[in-house]
Write a protein that binds this ligand. Structure first.
Ligand SMILES: *Cc1c(COP(=O)(O)O)cnc(C)c1O
Length: 361
């Protein structure tokens, strides 16, 4: 296998830039479990300000952020409403069940987007037979929804309904800044109707490690307890917080470049016979597509061929292929990948035509 030259596997694979590493090396640090790390504190203050909440807590991963949020809002025997394809419902080992005794109630949206009508009527009655419905979780941008941005008005309506019915609101905003850059709506406006918001620094923002949960000052004490019991109390965490702080200063606006790269890739796929975007709409940094035509190539085969050219994309279990653009793939590399994809799809189409001719002889 040749080295991977152009890697569309995920926006998590980015490596810290030299400037980011320098900021990390020079970070002032202290013991953050004693609440004495100045860089962690600076990061928490900055992200809270950006998202428009009173306070924030720095944690090792987005999964831990979401799970702390669920523990803040729910007790054992409670339930939360979420979209079926959400990260919380698919990629966190049902930690809320394993560790917190909280049940999910997934509802299928369209590319990760729920409508208010789908949620109405989902609140369980006060009845000894039932779990208690406590929380609504949304995801923006939506990972399995192909990076889709949650429509602003729908989100407002869902959160207003939840509030009226006494439900808490959590936003998995692992890629909230992709939504900010795609819509031009400030993070604080997107976050406003939510009680808690998780943000990942290790996705498109390009930091090596870390996420933050943003919420009211009153929730932070409990959040610190939950983080500690989940094993997320870190000592001189300023070293990694410095990378995240650097990312907030330098890597938000540049997400627009990742979106432009995704558009370029999408356009090439649209113009390549034998390939089909699925969904056709690309809003942020994720492109999903499939190889069409029976017996041409499975997603696995197509990805293996790409891999032989030094390009990595990931086959999905549903037969689609996922490509994510990020800091460590340049526009030039995207163009190279587009040419190779085009060649390969043409080659596949020719092989198929040949087979058909042989069969007809
Ligand atoms: C990546 C991601 C997370 C958190 O993942 P970790 O690997 O635990 O940091 C949470 N939600 C979404 C939507 C994600 O894409």
């Amino acid at each position: 296998m040749p080295e991977i030259q152009i890697d569309f596997a995920s926006d998590t694979i980015t490596r810290p830039t030299d400037a980011m590493r320098q900021a990390m090396a020079q970070a002032a640090v202290g013991d953050d479990v004693f609440d004495e790390d100045p860089t962690v504190q600076a990061l928490e203050a900055r992200i809270a300000e950006l998202v428009g909440k009173e306070d924030a807590i720095f944690v090792p991963s987005g999964t831990m952020c979401n799970q702390i949020a669920i523990r803040l809002h729910c007790r054992p025997g409670d339930e939360f409403l979420c979209e079926e394809g959400s990260h919380i419902n698919n990629f966190e080992q049902a930690a809320h069940v394993q560790l917190s005794g909280v049940a999910p109630r997934p509802i299928r949206g369209e590319w990760g987007v729920l409508r208010l009508e789908q949620l109405e009527g989902m609140i369980r009655p006060e009845n000894v037979h039932c779990v208690r419905t406590r929380l609504v979780c949304l995801e923006n941008t939506h990972n399995r929804g192909a990076g889709r941005v949650q429509p602003f008005d729908t989100t407002q309506a869902i959160c207003a309904w939840a509030e009226k019915n006494g439900l808490a609101r959590h936003l998995d905003g692992a890629r909230l800044f992709n939504a900010v850059v795609a819509t031009g709506i400030p993070a604080s406006d997107l976050a406003k109707p939510f009680d808690t918001i998780s943000i990942c620094f290790s996705k498109g923002l390009g930091a090596p490690i870390g996420s933050a949960l943003c919420c009211s000052a009153g929730m932070i004490r409990d959040a610190r307890r939950h983080r500690k019991v989940l094993g997320g109390g870190m000592r001189q965490a300023g070293i990694i917080a410095a990378g995240a702080l650097y990312a907030l200063e330098h890597h938000i606006d540049r997400l627009a470049e990742d979106h432009a790269k995704a558009q370029r890739l999408a356009e090439a796929i649209r113009n390549t016979p034998g390939l089909e975007l699925d969904p056709d709409l690309v809003e942020t940094n994720m492109v999903f597509f499939r190889v069409c035509g029976k017996g041409v190539a499975t997603a696995q085969e197509f990805c293996a061929r790409l891999r032989a050219w030094g390009i990595r994309m990931l086959p999905e279990v549903d037969g689609r292929i996922r490509a994510v653009t990020h800091l460590d793939v340049s526009m030039k590399q995207v163009d190279e990948a587009c040419s190779i994809i085009h060649l390969m799809a043409t080659d596949l189409a020719n092989q198929l035509a040949e087979k058909a001719t042989v069969a007809n002889v």
